[in-house]
Design a protein around this ligand. Structure first.
Ligand SMILES: *[C@@H]1O[C@H](CO)[C@@H](O)[C@H](O)[C@H]1NC(C)=O
Length: 313
């Protein structure tokens, strides 16, 4: 706490993605388009799942919860970043920077855990189809969603707990278009090595564990599905939703792991990865599920409202 007395930095300067004004304006338009597509696409998924009774199943509840997180991220974290492209002198207040870090990590963390929950759901659907409705009950679903938010929030809070107390006594230039935690920590006026390791461990462990769980459950599901080859209609449907999920996970984690495995070297590729992570990942669900998933596509064309409740709950 005695750090606070030394703190002088009240705002951070974001250096953005490029020093060229034209490129910044171009980026502004590209980002805006992606941003709007992500918001609309995710809202469309949420509405479709709410109104179509055929989609009232654990898998689609989890999917729409992921879309909900993407919408939250788009509402709280992305607009200021995008607006920043049109500012020649991009600054962000100390509080603004901390809340940006907080939200990014809450949403990122919760979303990763939800992806694991969805993989578990696919595992049950494919490997224990007869027990699916009893195992994935409404209560279990709600618990999974609650746990994912709890993990996201505590993960992010543990980052912030020490970051807000670091002594920022002068340097305040962040070489990115948002206040990226590893870069912000480096500006503190003390040997930040331990803190860098802390961030690396915290974020790294969470993403690594989620990724490992995902890979294990995918491998397990695929192997078991191959062993008990049941060529039913329901099975092929479940397998196609599994492949959609695997696609989302691979695209989600590819850049994410990159950014946190090499955060402290001035890798030029860093910025491009952070662009991918903040702007493209919210688009993954809408792209993959509205284009590839039959149920969602059908539901979007003709929502079915009052068909008897055949669903799982
Ligand atoms: C999230 O999941 C819960 C639990 O299954 C569900 O009741 C709720 O409708 C979902 N929320 C959204 C926004 O999809």
């Amino acid at each position: 706490m005695q750090y606070l007395a030394h703190t002088m930095v009240t705002e951070f300067i974001l250096l953005g993605l490029s020093s060229s004004w034209r490129l910044q304006v171009l980026l502004f338009f590209i980002f805006s388009v992606f941003y709007e597509a992500a918001v609309l696409g995710n809202i469309l998924i949420i509405i479709t799942v709410i109104i179509d009774s055929h989609l009232h199943s654990p898998m689609y509840f989890l999917l729409s919860n992921i879309s909900f997180i993407d919408v939250c991220q788009a509402m709280f974290a992305t607009p200021t970043m995008i607006a920043g492209f049109l500012n020649e002198h991009k600054t962000i207040t100390f509080q603004g920077c901390m809340s940006q870090i907080f939200f990014l990590h809450v949403f990122g963390g919760s979303e990763m855990v939800l992806l694991v929950a969805m993989a578990y759901d696919r595992y049950i659907a494919i490997c224990k189809p007869l027990h699916y409705t009893t195992i994935m009950s409404r209560r279990v679903c709600t618990v999974l969603v609650g746990v994912s938010w709890a993990i996201g929030i505590s993960h992010s809070a543990s980052h912030l707990a020490f970051t807000v107390n670091l002594p920022f006594c002068g340097p305040n230039r962040v070489d990115n278009f948002f206040s990226d935690l590893p870069l912000v920590i480096k500006l503190a006026c003390l040997d930040t090595y331990v803190f860098e390791i802390l961030v690396l461990t915290n974020s790294g462990l969470l993403s690594f564990m989620c990724f490992l769980l995902l890979l294990t459950s995918f491998a397990y599901t695929i192997i078991l599905a191959t062993v008990h080859r049941q060529a039913s209609d329901g099975m092929s449907k479940a397998l196609s939703t599994l492949s959609a999920h695997i696609t989302v996970v691979l695209l989600f984690f590819g850049p994410f792991i990159f950014i946190y495995i090499w955060p402290f070297e001035s890798f030029p590729i860093d910025k491009f990865i952070s662009v991918f992570f903040t702007v493209f990942t919210p688009l993954l669900n809408p792209m993959i599920y509205t284009l590839r998933n039959k149920d969602i596509k059908e539901a979007m064309r003709t929502p079915r409202r009052h068909v008897g409740s055949k669903q799982g709950f």
